[in-house]
Design a protein around this ligand. Structure first.
Ligand code: ARG
Length: 475
């Protein structure tokens, strides 16, 4: 069933139909398509472009189609070119003549632009909700682990002691920024393209502001040619999704490392790990690996849409139909990854004793030993050298700095006193690091309190900092 048969004398070739059709994938936004049509016809009736009676008949027909699609009574069949043709054909079949008036003052170009926007907007809210759920789990881990000492790494080499709360807090920040990006995109895209027609508006007296309002937009778009060919919001969304994936992938990589036999920092819940068909001893971190692996598909979607759009003259071109499958796939992939990652991290067991022992064994307090000397008047460069010699001695003996006797300390520098042990204990090393954003318990408690306030702000709210009562320029 074609919407455009009038001008044509030949039947469409089957291969052409198959290549051209989009119903197989744009059926995914049937709800948004019907929602948009109801708003359009409500506006047409208000403006007297269709009669009130026809308007009501069309709306009832559209609601019936929606209901039947939801219940499975109505199914998608291959002969229709896209979701728009499918809905219009069924509407006319159900309500007769009035159905043919639905498309007055509209083109599939502004219709599909609207559907895609509505779909992305709904999904942004859903992804934001999933991010918030993950952040709540991270916050709980942070609150419970202010005193869980672990090595902080640079170059994947033990560097200085931190706490698990502080380490997880770094990911909290990443996912908070992801929420901020979604909020920015939502605000920028929230203009309604409906009423832009094929590219040059229409001659009917449409009330675009009214249909925009019905659909919860801030207002109508400003340029009809831009409206039908703009997919910037898809690009921005895929870019935000690529960044979320990158963050999930980094965290997954750490979980995979922490789960190795060598590290043993974590124990994955049985429900979130899998076994081997041949090696009975195995418990593999498949979920973390899959989340890491799926990042590739999301990056691919971003590069694909950028490439699709790069050569397009104004206004609509059929190339734009390629925006859908990759966007849907990236959205579903990120939603799945977020949900699974949240499940995995909320059921994981952190081995606090192993983490702490690892921090002790790795000379993570060497900087603090040097700082001790500096506080006793030794120039930092000399202190660095002295502690370097002590480390070498420890490596030879296979012990930690704390295990050296005071005599051994003093053989390298007479400045050391009995209080060196207190100065380089894991507790002191962390507790004294209290600059804003540092792992010290006092600084962390303040950071966590701010995290809680920032988390409470949702997409439609004011800026997260303002909401949290944090003045601009702080932290
Ligand atoms: N399926 C099309 C798309 O997704 C709908 C718009 C068709 N417009 C057209 N002029 N052929 O882009």
């Amino acid at each position: 069933m074609k919407l455009w048969g009038g001008r044509f004398t030949k039947e469409e070739n089957q291969l052409v139909h198959n290549f051209n059709e989009s119903l197989s994938f744009d059926q995914k936004f049937y709800r948004q398509d019907i929602q948009g049509s109801i708003a359009h016809v409500t506006m047409l009736a208000k403006q007297g472009i269709v009669s009130q009676e026809d308007g009501q008949v069309i709306i009832n027909g559209l609601k019936g189609i929606l209901e039947d699609l939801e219940s499975g009574k109505l199914v998608f069949t291959k002969e229709h070119e896209d979701i728009h043709s499918f809905v219009e054909a069924h509407l006319t079949e159900r309500v007769g003549e009035a159905g043919k008036r639905l498309h007055t003052g509209r083109s599939r170009n502004d219709q599909v632009a609207l559907d895609m926007k509505l779909y992305c907007r709904d999904e942004i809210l859903e992804i934001d909700r999933l991010l918030k759920e993950l952040l709540e789990v991270l916050l709980k881990i942070m609150e419970e682990n202010l005193d869980t000492y672990m090595p902080g790494f640079t170059h994947l080499q033990k560097a200085q002691p931190v706490t698990l709360a502080h380490h997880v807090g770094a990911y909290f920040e990443m996912f908070m920024r992801d929420r901020g990006r979604l909020r920015d995109i939502y605000r920028r895209m929230n203009e309604c393209p409906l009423g832009s027609g094929a590219l040059a508006g229409t001659t009917y007296p449409l009330d675009r502001a009214y249909s925009a309002e019905l659909l919860g937009f801030d207002g109508p778009t400003f340029n009809s040619m831009d409206s039908v060919s703009d997919r910037d919001y898809v690009i921005e969304l895929l870019s935000a999704l690529a960044t979320i994936s990158m963050h999930l992938s980094r965290f997954s990589e750490e979980i995979i490392i922490w789960n190795t036999n060598e590290y043993r920092f974590v124990e994955l819940d049985d429900a979130y790990s899998t076994g081997s068909s041949i090696m009975p001893q195995k418990k593999n971190p498949d979920i973390a690996e899959l989340v890491r692996g799926k990042t590739g598909r999301v990056y691919g979607a971003l590069v694909s849409i950028l490439t699709v759009m790069k050569g397009l003259p104004l206004a609509y071109n059929k190339d734009i139909q390629e925006d859908k499958e990759l966007t849907f796939d990236a959205i579903d992939t990120v939603k799945g990854s977020l949900a699974l990652f949240t499940g995995m991290i909320s059921t994981i067991t952190f081995r606090r004793d192993v983490m702490e022992a690892s921090a002790k064994r790795g000379f993570t307090n060497a900087t603090d030993a040097a700082d001790y000397l500096v506080n006793h008047g030794v120039p930092f460069r000399d202190a660095h050298g002295i502690v370097g010699q002590l480390v070498l001695l420890c490596i030879k003996k296979g012990i930690a700095l704390d295990d050296l006797s005071l005599e051994e300390f003093r053989t390298v520098s007479p400045v050391f006193e009995e209080d060196i042990y207190e100065a380089i204990s894991m507790e002191t090393c962390v507790r004294k690091r209290n600059t804003a954003g540092a792992p010290g318990q006092e600084a962390m408690k303040e950071a966590i309190a701010a995290c809680k306030r920032r988390l409470a702000c949702d997409i439609q709210g004011v800026s997260e900092r303002l909401h949290a009562g944090i003045p601009a320029g702080e932290d």
